[in-house]
Design a protein around this ligand. Sequence first.
Ligand SMILES: Cc1cc2nc3c(=O)[nH]c(=O)nc-3n(C[C@H](O)[C@H](O)[C@H](O)COP(=O)(O)OP(=O)(O)OC[C@H]3O[C@@H](n4cnc5c(N)ncnc54)[C@H](O)[C@@H]3O)c2cc1C
Ligand SMILES: *[C@@H]1O[C@H](CO)[C@@H](O)[C@H](O)[C@H]1NC(C)=O
Ligand SMILES: *[C@@H]1O[C@H](CO)[C@@H](O)[C@H](O)[C@H]1NC(C)=O
Ligand SMILES: *[C@@H]1O[C@H](CO)[C@@H](O)[C@H](O)[C@H]1NC(C)=O
Length: 450
Amino acid sequence: MEKNSKIVIVGAGVFGLSTAYQLATEGYTNIVVLDRHMPPVPDGSSSDISRVIRFDYGDYDYLSLAYDAYLKWRDTPKYKGIFYPAPYILVGKTSPYGQDWIAKTTSALNKKKLPWTKLKDAASAKEKFPVLSGELAKPGFFGYHNHQAGWADAAKAISQLRDDCLELGISFICGRQGTVNGFETDSNKTIKAVSTLHGSQVEGDHFILSTGAWCTGLVPMYNSALSTGQVIGYLRLTPEEMKKYQNLPIYANFSTGWFNFPPHEDTNMLKMAIHGWGYTRTPSQEDRTAIKSNPSAPPLIPPRERRNFVPADAETRLRDGLREILPEVADRPFERLAMCWYTDTPSGDFIMDYHPDYSNLFLGGGGSGQYVTFSTYRVYPLTASHSAFKFLPLLGSYMSLAIKKNLPPHLAQKWRFRKDYAAQNDTFLGDGSRGGPIRRELNTEERAKL
Ligand SMILES: Cc1cc2nc3c(=O)[nH]c(=O)nc-3n(C[C@H](O)[C@H](O)[C@H](O)COP(=O)(O)OP(=O)(O)OC[C@H]3O[C@@H](n4cnc5c(N)ncnc54)[C@H](O)[C@@H]3O)c2cc1C
Ligand SMILES: *[C@@H]1O[C@H](CO)[C@@H](O)[C@H](O)[C@H]1NC(C)=O
Ligand SMILES: *[C@@H]1O[C@H](CO)[C@@H](O)[C@H](O)[C@H]1NC(C)=O
Ligand SMILES: *[C@@H]1O[C@H](CO)[C@@H](O)[C@H](O)[C@H]1NC(C)=O
């Protein structure tokens, strides 16, 4: 890749922006980033008031990477006022798959010589975190806590990264002229330009596709990615409650996928979300881009802000999770509800590789959930989900290595583009053995509200 070659990056989420920034710092001088909207993109998965930063993973590679990223969040001056430390506690019902999962994560922590503390029952969790007033567990409790974790104000982090990109000379094209709906190729499968919703074309030498949950509509993914809608709830707190809950830990129940964030100062919101099987949304006619058979995608035209909506069953689950830890506020109406999109991959791994159908298209994404199978059980993607936001300080450097085919071999193997799922019809199936409901398609009324 020549330093002055034209690099077109499609998608200005954490994958696209961190890559643009990294390449610019390496001396690439002709980079343009396209998106449906100026970042932070209102319905982009990298935009919200908060994202959890943690490194508790059963997979040693992700744990190591996430730990390095955590240290950057914690120690780099530019993340001051963006990153906030908070303890992370992971709990769930005693069950073979849950215990198995926690055992995997804690042994990876041990291997890295990172401390964690077992919580032997609900009473000991409440003793350690007296702010947790709820019952915490019906019979059966399994959990541990890690004091090294926190959360980042995602919109602020993305705004800063966008400005860093602009200062390095990166250009942005946003709106209809930045909304890609296809590729112009020559007879050698080399992309010459992307076409846009506006009808214009943007030419380039190298193309990087980092369109998150929208990627399945742009290139064939060979059944290696599925976009699923996940749910978020925001509860308004009073100034007194902001104080009372200021030391609230990040509490995640892996049996339900429910987790919360500590109170967000700027908005006075207590945010919670569910990492679950989620919902699919068959694209409508006007959402269709290059791949007509795309099974699921968020709307193509960006709203000014995420629609204030989640399916009714999801709202109930958000509330039930809140009742588990803070019953005193669990009946308060949500200030806002919203859906946000994962790009699930069958193994839960990122994809950082060249697309097999083109000679100059690199793909970066898969920041999402994972469907882990333990014998006959399928586990909620909570602990396994390699949600990408937390990797922001490092993601671009790994993307750059991958683009130049310089990744360490074990990571190149892990993040390769996989065509071998194409023949499998059960890649994204849940078997319903979890506490929560299996993934389903949004119905007509729900679609209309999204
Ligand atoms: C509810 C929820 C909670 C999460 N919680 C966490 C967490 O606590 N911690 C964590 O680390 N991660 C979390 N994640 C995951 C994390 O947010 C994502 O993995 C990450 O943001 C994905 O980044 P991305 O760049 O792939 O996608 P995005 O940020 O969605 O970026 C893709 C961009 O591509 C643009 N685009 C799409 N189509 C086109 C097109 N046709 N033309 C031009 N541009 C296009 C979009 O507008 C968008 O801006 C969460 C995700 C969700 C949904
Ligand atoms: C987690 O969720 C499960 C399933 O709903 C529930 O039984 C349990 O009490 C919750 N809390 C803990 C700490 O396991
Ligand atoms: C395709 O590749 C061949 C061999 O590298 C080259 O000779 C030819 O000019 C290329 N065609 C186009 C349209 O670029
Ligand atoms: C998957 O394919 C196999 C073999 O064709 C078939 O028996 C099975 O019912 C299919 N499963 C689903 C969920 O479609």
